[in-house]
Design a protein around this ligand. Structure first.
Ligand code: NAD
Length: 349
């Protein structure tokens, strides 16, 4: 056995109602003027966070967009400077947290992240950014938020159509951590536990007012994010970045649809990982169980439903092999094209 395991420095405050502690958490970082970030649809809630921050709030920028477009980052950077902010509070899903990370990358300001989806970005040193239709990722300790407040109350209003795919996005981090290049025994333990928690609690978290299920799902999402941060990713994340970034598709929806197909791609090459995923899902065949979950909580049954054309699959396959991530089974253009075709048709993985 040979591995490298690095723990990342981040403070996690977990529990219902704990968003109320935001001012203390910002003060703890030794800063006095935080810019609160959100997506446009969550501006009212972001204003409420700023109000809770009181005199430690420098203002609100409610312009975050999916896939972190560089022009939005530049606009936010101008606002950050104009308001003389010395810190960042990202209130929202992966899009908002991505913007906070993009700002921290450019300014080295400290961040408090308050996630309201299950994307997991708040605990990773990874930043994805999009420019001219191309999404690229970088890894830097500068982008890792110093503090994360996980408040399950904040996911209460999350529409099932967002929460379901977002939960599968988290499962995808854990699935790939089991066969990623930096996989190690500690992360694998967390990954299996993350899949187990998310699979058992996500469906309940969507359809009922079950506080415990939402807390369990959020805890699973945190674990899954840590897995992504410490073990890395493989073909599934690559193809999702290509599809999402190139065709501007919803990140979590594309993860939710593609995960069973990427797992099937690696079925024979990563048998131990498949067995652990199967254990966590109480199923014999991991890709088939992931497909069942994806259909249960997701919005799309096939890639066609995203409005893609066959020529788009050709382009995606080309891009996926341009700078491939590590993957247990060699990544070839023809094999990736065949995987995309199966997803396009919604075939059994
Ligand atoms: P998102 O942040 O865009 O949120 C989806 C939608 O849900 C938005 O319209 C948002 O306003 C709304 N929303 C969020 N929380 C809500 C709540 N509690 N109640 C009601 N509405 C709410 O989507 P996402 O899937 O969370 O994030 C996707 C982005 O995150 C992508 O850009 C992706 O690349 C990035 N990401 C990055 C990492 C990383 O480690 N770098 C990991 C995962 C995702």
């Amino acid at each position: 056995m040979r591995f490298v395991y690095s723990t990342l420095p981040s403070r996690v405050v977990f529990g219902a109602g704990r968003v109320a502690e935001i001012a203390d958490e910002v003060a703890r970082l030794g800063v006095t003027r935080a810019l609160v970030l959100s997506t446009p649809g969550r501006a009212v809630e972001a204003e409420a966070v700023a109000e809770t921050l009181g005199e430690r709030a420098a203002g609100v920028f409610a312009g975050a967009r999916m896939h972190t477009p560089i022009d939005v980052t530049e606009h936010a950077l101008a606002v950050l400077r104009e308001k003389r902010a010395d810190s960042i509070v990202s209130f929202g899903g992966g899009s908002t947290i991505g913007l906070g990370k993009a700002l921290a990358y450019r300014t080295d300001l400290p961040q408090v992240a308050i996630p309201t989806t299950y994307a997991g970005s708040e605990v990773t040193p990874i930043l994805g950014q999009t420019e001219a239709g191309k999404k690229t990722t970088l890894t830097s300790p500068k982008v890792l938020p110093e503090t994360v407040i996980y408040d399950p109350d904040l996911t209460r209003g999350l529409p099932p159509s967002v929460a379901g795919p977002s939960g599968v996005n988290a499962i995808a981090h854990a699935v790939e951590a089991l066969y990623a290049e930096e996989a190690n025994p500690i992360t694998s333990m967390m990954a299996e536990e993350a899949i187990r928690r998310l699979a058992r609690s996500l469906p309940k978290a969507l359809t009922s007012n079950d506080n415990e299920a939402r807390a369990d799902t959020l805890c699973g999402a945190w674990l899954a994010g840590v897995c992504l941060a410490t073990a890395g990713m493989a073909l599934h994340h690559k193809i999702c970045h290509v599809l999402g970034g190139t065709f501007d598709l919803a990140h979590a929806d594309i993860h939710c649809l593609m995960l069973p197909y990427a797992a099937a791609y690696n079925r024979e090459a990563a048998p131990k990982a498949m067995a652990r995923i199967g254990d966590a899902l109480a199923a014999d065949d991991a890709p088939a169980a992931l497909r069942a979950l994806s259909l249960q909580v997701g919005r799309y049954e096939d890639l066609q439903a995203f409005g893609l054309m066959p020529a788009d699959l050709d382009r995606a396959a080309d891009l996926a092999v341009e700078k491939p991530y590590y993957n247990p089974r060699p990544v070839t253009r023809d094999d990736v094209r065949a995987m995309l075709q199966a997803a396009y048709e919604g075939a059994a993985p």
